[in-house]
Ligand binder design. Sequence first.
Ligand SMILES: [Zn+2]
Length: 461
Amino acid sequence: MSIDYVSGNRNLIRAVNSEGRILVADNGNFDLIGDLIDLYKVEAAVLHEERKVEEKALGRDIRFGDLSDGLAGKYRSLADQISLINKDFSTDDYVSIMIRAQEDISPSYLIGMEDFTIAVLSGLGIEPQYMDRGNTWYAQFTRRAIAFTERSQNGEFGLVNGKMFAGLHACDFDTAFQAGELSGEAGIGTVAVGLGGALSDRTWIDGRYFQGKFLEFDLRIPRSYLRVIEIICGLQLGYASVTGERLAMHGLGIGTPILVLLIGALSDRDTFLAVDSTAPIKDAASSKTISLYVDEPAPRKLKADKIIEYWLRDGIEWDCACPYCRNFETRFPSNVTEARDWWLSEGKPKITSSDLYGEAPLTRFFPLLSNPSGEVRSLAAEARIGHNHWVLQRIESFTRDCDSLDLENRIMMVNEKVEAYLSGEGGSAGWQNVVAICWDLVSGTMRQLYEIRSGFHFDKK
Ligand SMILES: [Zn+2]
């Protein structure tokens, strides 16, 4: 529960607390980070244009030491501005108000105050190698966030009854490993990490830094999934390297089915791990493109227009067995016979998301998969929201089932899902490749963490 949404949800909060369930108080910083990214977007874009000219001359992406001194200096000065303005926002007064609002809902745990600098830099696509500053430069921001959590625990911002999860950020494996080491040294074994910014990143990359060395890929891949997995693995391994224990972790802003599977594989029955996301709601209801989640044969998102196209062209039905789809289909059934007649008479047009709105014919034939006019629209949206969460719960159950197995069998179970994802029809090579690279990192991390036990056991209230 973000403190920004408390007022409309008092009854829900009371119900969660009275049933003794875990209640998490988010800190409400998400919008502020978004505002800061917007504030520096234009300035960053100018520098990125200059960088692309240098990259074109090089014939590849910038590595450490590549960028001209002038441009690296401009990136550094922009980063310094961001770190300064960040201090103007994240004042002690701000933290006091935040903690009071969090404690007001009697949470089981609180997401601690963050330093926004790393999150904003990642959101702007400013990589460590553009500034030519070592990773140690990033440590100051992690230390600042850890200090916020220590001071919160000590009651400097008011009484705190819930457990504090330090709000950390990182931008790649190495900075995450360092953040994990720093929290281990500070004795903080409960960490929340913001990942929504990383997921919204649209850049593609030709390689990655890992333990200071550059590893080049065969083809360019999207940065977003890899950054998320690097951060989770780096934090866990860094923390374990210092403490010999596993970190309890909350990933903020992750609902992508394949990522939930991969991140879940890093946990075990003793290790607290949580993710939260509004993506299953946005994908089901409010985004322009409707996406439905599936977990068989592999976890993925399917666009509603693609589902309809498969159904019309290949006769592959959307015959989901979940209670939400079944109930809705009973009341408002799909009519594929009429739909196919229409589709053939129109010359088998390609279906796009704009064919699934308002009075368009397909909204009559496939109400569950579209946004028809009238009251059916919100009922369909609700059914899809229920469906997407039902699938995520199945992925969670799968993760728990794997937990009873030994390491090799566990890796084999997840590997089957990943293989099914990689061989799926219609996936682009870049997205499949990034999942393969992520799985490589996750399975390696599973092996390193296998004998390591959690130092933290969640005590609900
Ligand atoms: Zn369903």
